[in-house]
Design a binder for this molecule. Structure first.
Ligand SMILES: [Zn+2]
Length: 86
């Protein structure tokens, strides 16, 4: 089973600094969580890795430095207070 990736709306800009990115599986901008075992960030809802081709494409994480920066943002966002409700 390989679901078709869902692209973000035109002009979408992910809030990478807040540890959020477009998830091609969930079809929305989701919070990413740091996975210490694999040393990468994963969608908090479906678990897809930031290194997935479509995650990188839709969030423009092509340069290694970009991916690295995003991983660090996710790591630091982990301890930040999560806004609930809404
Ligand atoms: Zn997801």
């Amino acid at each position: 089973m390989s679901p078709k990736p869902i692209p973000p709306p035109e002009g979408f800009k992910p809030a990478l600094k807040q540890g959020r990115a477009w998830c091609p599986v969930c079809g929305e901008e989701t919070r990413f969580r740091y996975d210490g075992r694999l040393d990468c960030a994963r969608c908090s809802q479906c678990g897809i890795s930031e290194r997935d081709f479509y995650v990188r494409q839709y969030n423009r994480l092509w340069a290694d430095g970009d991916l690295d920066r995003f991983t660090r943002s996710v790591r630091s966002a982990k301890t930040a207070k999560i806004k609930k409700g809404g």
